[in-house]
Structures are given as structure tokens and as C-alpha cells.
Design a protein around this ligand. Structure first.
Ligand SMILES: Cc1cc2nc3c(=O)[nH]c(=O)nc-3n(C[C@H](O)[C@H](O)[C@H](O)COP(=O)(O)O)c2cc1C
Length: 363
């Protein structure tokens, strides 16, 4: 039925749609809804403690026996650089004064810890059918433990070089993440955002370069995007921002509101929120300090200094300092429950495919 069924067969799912892992925004409700609908629901664990991740996985396993994906960041832990952090706080000083916010360095740094033994123990306990990583892959021993549990291993590539590197290290499928994507760039062999590739160019080149199935991600939000991804050789799509509009998404009312009013040319890649490049809706801090800043500390250390500014401004109903992660395709999204969105996207993509086939036959 689907032009390419390699990924659905690999994972034992019905529909070639992965609900993207979205740290802080997609928890058990979303994962269960998408997996029950026949897609692959993804639990992003990067912002969860081990206890929180365990609770979410318990809930998910209680509510569905369908395949699920557990997702982890695997960046190199940052070097502490107090001079750089001090510079960063100094760069933000005027905002602290203006908002009368607390600028004390004792404010704890954000979570976003890389995959480690404790998270790996969780994988052993819950046996997610798929485990996906962002920012490369973890060290060999951890990867071997995941493989021995029988999980299919996925990671994100933003270039052909990254895709080849992931395949060489044993990935079962590769997520080709184009420049349009919302949230953090999965880039791990470069930190040069100026050369990042769009989905349309990236997907077919990755398909040509690797033998494993390729999943297209970035700017896909409706049936047309899904069909295009298959035409480019993908075996599935990973969709993030479109799921942020679902009632199951754990985002603030301010973020939800901002997504509704955003146009194609109102997002940008920025490192001011965490220290790593990520796509978000342009706001005051991005305009005035970024979007890319040389002063921002290494990922994820940049985040801590922004926390009090964000808290103060959100209290006043402002998103001046809030990371409003979003795709360039945000306007294509619809507000539907996650299960319905998943089923409709798949049905509409197949409908479009049949129309094209009929047109081709009639021609
Ligand atoms: C709010 C948000 C949070 C994200 N968090 C993660 C994450 O924790 N792990 C991950 O692998 N990808 C994460 N991503 C990236 C997605 O996996 C995916 O590449 C992207 O959403 C696809 O582009 P789209 O937003 O245009 O659909 C996130 C994306 C968004 C929008």
C-alpha cells in the first residue's frame, strides 16, 4: 500500500509516521495516542529525570502494547567555563535590570543530560522497540547494551557525512533532518549552521548514500509533505511541530498562541536559548542577542542564565525570553487530537498518492 514499507516492517508499525520526540512537549499521552493510532509515538527523555522517565514509560506500557520510541540526547557533557558564563550573564545584564530579575549564578543549570548508564538501565527495564538519539550516538558500551535489548536504533543526520557515520556505527535507520525542522539541529560533525541542508536536498542524497531506511524530517506537516518525502526515497516521516498543536502537547498557552500566529518567515536558527543551534519563532532575545551569539556558553549551559528572565516575562504574558520551538512549516498544522492527526495524515497521503496514480494512468 505504501510505496516503501521498509521502515514500517522494521519496527512492526502500521503507518510510516513517527511523532517526533520533543523534549518537554510530548509525554505519555501523546506517545500512547500516536502508537495506538498505528504510528510510532516517541518519548523524549532529555528533560526528564530517571524517575520521571520511568513513570512516563510505566504509564505508556500500561496503556498500549504497540511499539514505542524512547529518545535521548547524547551530546558531550560541557566543559565548565566560568569566564564564558560570566560574559554571558554580563551580556544579559540590562535585561535583569529592566525586569528586576535575580542574576545570581547560584541558579541551577537546566537538565538535558546525555544518555548514561542509568537511562540505559531504563531501556533494559522497558524494552522500547525503538531507541532514537539526537546529536550523534552514545559511546560503544551503552550502544551495545541498547542493541542487546533488541531495540532498533535510530539517530539524526543533517548531512550525508553524518548519515554515513551513523550507518557505520550500526544505526538501523537514519532520520534525515532538513534545515526547516523545529527544535534543535541534530548536527554532530559540524557546528557550522550556514551549510545546513534543506529537507528536499538532504533526503535523496542520504537515500543514495546509505543502505538502511531513511526517515525524512523537517517542514513536513501535511499529506503533501509526506508524499514528497516518499517521492524522495524516504521510508517514513518524523513530524514534530504539527503535533505541538494537539491537545496532548505539553506546551504553555503562550507557546500555543505564538504557534497559531506564526508565518513561514518568522522562525530562525538560534543558539541563545541553550548554546546549540535550534529553530524557534523569532522573539526579542533572538533579535537583540542573536540569533547566533558567540558569547552563549556551551550546550546546555546557556539556558540557566535565561531562566529568571523567562519566568519574569512570562508572568507578564510576554514571550520575549521564551524558546518557542517551531518549524518553518508551522502554518500548515491543524488542531486535532494526536490519534486523529496521525490517521488523517496517513489517509490523506494515501489519497493523494492514488490521485496521482490515476492522473498518471489517464495521461
Ligand atoms: C518542540 C520540539 C522539541 C524537540 N525535541 C527533540 C528531542 O528531544 N529529541 C529529538 O531527537 N528531536 C527533537 N526535536 C526535533 C524533532 O525530532 C524533528 O527533527 C523536528 O521536529 C522535525 O521538524 P518539524 O518540526 O518541521 O516537523 C524537537 C522538535 C521540536 C519542535
Amino acid at each position: 500500500m505504501w510505496p516503501n514499507d521498509r521502515f514500517i516492517k522494521l519496527c512492526g508499525i502500521e503507518l510510516p509516521i513517527i511523532q517526533a520526540p520533543m523534549a518537554g512537549s510530548a509525554l505519555s499521552d501523546m506517545v500512547v495516542a500516536v502508537s495506538q493510532a498505528g504510528g510510532l509515538g516517541s518519548l523524549a527523555c532529555a528533560l526528564l529525570s530517571v524517575e520521571q522517565a520511568r513513570k512516563e514509560l510505566e504509564t505508556i506500557r500500561r496503556r498500549t502494547s504497540r511499539p514505542i520510541n524512547a529518545n535521548f540526547f547524547c551530546h558531550r557533557p560541557p566543559r565548565q567555563d566560568s569566564a564564558r558564563e560570566m560574559n554571558w550573564r554580563r551580556r544579559l545584564d540590562a535585561y535583569y535590570v529592566q525586569l528586576q530579575a535575580d542574576n545570581s549564578p547560584s541558579i541551577p543549570n537546566s537538565a538535558r543530560s546525555p544518555f548514561d548508564d542509568k537511562m540505559c538501565d531504563l531501556v533494559m527495564d522497558f524494552h522500547p522497540e525503538v531507541v532514537s538519539f539526537h546529536f550523534g550516538l552514545p559511546e560503544k558500551n551503552l550502544l551495545l547494551r541498547v542493541r542487546n535489548v533488541g531495540a532498533k536504533i535510530l539517530s539524526t543526520a543533517t548531512s550525508v557525512d553524518e548519515a554515513r557515520s551513523l550507518e557505520d556505527q550500526g544505526c538501523d535507520a537514519i532520520i534525515a533532518q532538513g534545515f526547516e525542522a523545529g527544535g534543535h539541529r541534530g548536527m554532530f560533525l559540524t557546528d557550522d549552521v550556514s551549510t545546513q541542508v534543506g529537507t528536499m536536498s538532504l533526503v535523496p542524497q542520504v537515500v543514495d548514500a546509505v543502505k538502511v531506511p531513511v526517515i525524512a524530517a523537517g517542514g513536513i506537516a501535511d499529506a503533501r509533505g509526506i508524499l514528497a518525502a516518499f517521492a524522495l526515497g524516504a521510508s517514513a516521516v518524523q513530524i514534530g511541530t504539527a503535533y505541538l498543536h494537539c491537545p496532548e502537547a505539553k506546551i504553555s498557552p503562550l507557546h500555543r498562541q505564538a504557534l497559531k500566529g506564526t508565518r513561514d518567515n518568522q522562525t530562525a536558527i538560534t543558539n541563545v536559548f541553550t548554546g546549540r543551534p535550534a529553530r524557534a519563532i523569532v522573539n526579542r532575545i533572538m533579535r537583540e542577542v542573536g540569533p547566533m551569539s558567540d558569547v552563549a556558553p556551551e550546550f546546555p549551559l546557556a539556558a540557566a542564565a535565561l531562566t529568571p528572565l523567562r519566568a519574569k516575562s512570562e508572568l507578564a504574558g510576554s514571550v520575549d525570553f521564551t524558546p518557542l520551538w517551531s518549524s518553518q512549516a508551522v502554518r500548515l498544522s491543524r488542531e486535532l487530537p494526536a490519534a486523529e492527526l496521525t490517521k488523517r495524515l496517513a489517509a490523506e497521503a494515501l489519497g493523494n498518492l492514488r490521485s496521482l496514480q490515476t492522473m498518471a494512468c489517464g495521461a
